[in-house]
Design a protein around this ligand. Structure first.
Ligand SMILES: NC(=O)C1=CN([C@@H]2O[C@H](COP(=O)(O)OP(=O)(O)OC[C@H]3O[C@@H](n4cnc5c(N)ncnc54)[C@H](OP(=O)(O)O)[C@@H]3O)[C@@H](O)[C@H]2O)C=CC1
Ligand SMILES: O=C(O)CCC(=O)C(=O)O
Ligand SMILES: [Mg+2]
Length: 474
């Protein structure tokens, strides 16, 4: 039986294989691409032109991408029939070729199909969504010092409320579930008092697993280990004060991982305070150190004081020799911040942050917010990475009002292509594009979104014009 129902794979090129989570890259990899809905019609051709030009210039024909057009969203329904938004051919192509790139896909609000973007992440278990937000000189920004922001949002990509386990308010199964919760589960808890889920409530489930959290945070720490200086820093972002057993557990599992599997190369924020205090004053007593790391120490109960003292003692015992005397300063710092607070912290103290490891929903919000600080959604690339596949895509959506007008900024998908080239190890081609894109922006050859923010505003270039400008600066 033929492998594909309606597609023909390129006759040349080879599949990328994954061995122990690492891609093995041939010189002519076959890479499936999804054009995308809405502005995908503008962005994708502009991106493909830039990627091909960079690879040709960098490798003079020795390396080449064999593109394989596959279908999802509206385009798929046109070819495969009504409601065939994500055909098996597309899944089979990504399964076979391992690395893919895509434009945005539409998701209706409320009813209708569930997100195809999220479905792809779940089907291929692409558990980490990596979204770097950095500043390109000359980009207009609402922020006074956008150059201070250089963060990578590491968003857990398969769990949380994005699993889609939810029921409409009038769904009979949802109503039965609500009744069961109200009459059996909530009363059995003991701590929930007379709380009841109101009639007419929709219900959504937020699963967050230890395995899912730790495999994702592991990737974030491994990434931090590849960075230098202050950027060796992972912040666990959570709303654990409110959602204790999901968001709070994410934080706890993150610290557990950092202080077990990565013990030799990680230091937590509290540990760094304890060791730093002692380095500043080698005569410091355990209790004086405890007082310095715990605000309000003197007002604590004796039991609580004893537990903070024990924490200081434990840290000095366990890692005083291996991490003390300033050795911890070269290690990956792991701290945590409550999600609402991190939204203001990345604006007020952006230089203090590097990798933000988040759950799915928080990462979705933070990646758009951080992108806004460095020029907006036109400058926001991303990658969805798992053990056996990777799909590269921008942070933004289909921006339907701009579709087909050749005006939207293709920067985010172009930069997602840069991430893909880096993933392939094709750094020379990636660097050419970064150089070309930086020069185009510095030269004020920008699309409408950036042009209107410049002071004074400049005449915008088109979407295709921007890609030509990028190539002209290689
Ligand atoms: N991964 C994916 O495929 C994603 C898909 N979506 C889907 O996309 C659809 C539209 O979502 P919506 O909420 O409008 O969000 P979008 O991200 O599509 O667009 C919102 C606004 O952001 C700006 N913007 C987006 N992309 C760019 C770009 N490339 N260059 C410059 N500006 C840009 C535009 O602002 P302005 O008009 O002010 O210039 C645009 O109107 C929905 O169906 C949603 O579910 C959403 C996010 C991700
Ligand atoms: O899939 C969608 O429609 C939205 C997804 C999204 O906002 C994101 O991945 O950032
Ligand atoms: Mg989003």
């Amino acid at each position: 039986m033929a492998q594909f129902e309606k597609l023909s794979a390129p006759s040349q090129g080879t599949a990328i294989r994954f061995v122990n989570g690492q891609p093995v890259i041939p010189n002519e990899p076959i890479i499936p691409f999804i054009r995308g809905d809405g502005t995908g019609v503008d962005i994708w051709p502009a991106t493909q032109r830039v990627l091909d030009a960079a690879v040709t210039k960098a490798y003079q024909g020795v390396r080449r991408i064999e593109w394989f057009k596959v279908y999802a969203g509206d385009e798929a329904c046109d070819l495969y029939g009504t409601y065939q938004y994500l055909p098996e051919d597309t899944l089979e192509a990504i399964r076979t070729y391992g690395v893919a790139i895509k434009g945005p896909l539409t998701t209706p609000i409320g009813g209708g199909i569930r997100s195809l973007n999220v479905a792809l992440r779940q089907i291929f278990d692409l558990y980490s969504c990596v979204r770097p937000c950095r500043y390109y000189k000359g980009t207009p920004s609402p922020h006074k010092r956008p150059q201070d922001l250089d963060v990578i949002v590491y968003r857990e990509n398969t769990e949380d409320i994005y699993m889609g386990v939810e029921w409409e308010a009038d769904d009979p199964v949802g109503q039965t579930l609500r009744e069961h919760l109200n009459t059996v589960v909530i009363p059995a808890n003991g701590k929930l008092g007379k709380r009841q889920i109101p009639e007419g409530s929709g219900i959504g489930i937020k699963p967050v697993s230890k395995h899912g959290s730790q495999r994702h945070i592991r990737k974030a720490i491994q990434h931090a280990l590849r960075l230098k200086g202050d950027k060796r820093h992972v912040t666990l972002v959570h709303k654990g004060n409110i959602m204790k057993f999901t968001e709070g557990a994410f934080r706890d599992w993150g610290y557990e991982l950092a202080t077990s599997e990565f013990r030799d190369v990680c230091i937590t924020e509290r540990e760094s305070w304890i060791l730093g205090n002692l380095e500043n004053d080698p005569q410091l007593s355990i209790q004086a150190n405890a007082r310095m790391i715990e605000p309000g120490y003197d007002n604590l109960t004796p039991e609580r004081k004893a537990s903070i003292d024990a924490e200081v003692h434990g840290v000095l015992d366990a890692i005083g020799t291996s991490h003390g005397n300033g050795q911890w300063k070269a290690m990956v710092l792991v701290d945590d911040r409550i999600a609402d607070s991190i939204f203001q912290q990345i604006q007020t103290r952006p230089q203090e942050y590097s990798i933000l490891a988040t759950l799915n929903l928080n990462g979705d919000y933070i990646s758009d917010a951080a992108a806004a600080m460095v020029g907006g959604l036109g400058m926001a690339p991303g990658a969805n990475i798992g053990e056996n596949a990777a799909i590269f895509e921008a942070t933004h959506g289909t921006a339907p009002k701009h579709a087909g007008l050749d005006r939207i900024n293709p920067g985010s998908v172009i930069l997602s292509g840069v991430m893909m080239l880096e993933f392939l190890g094709w750094q020379e081609a990636a660097d050419l594009i970064t150089k070309g894109l930086s020069a185009a922006i510095a030269n004020q050859q920008v699309t409408y979104d950036l042009a209107r923010l410049m002071d004074p505003p400049v005449e915008p270039v088109s979407c295709s014009g921007f890609s030509e400008a990028v190539i002209s600066h290689f």
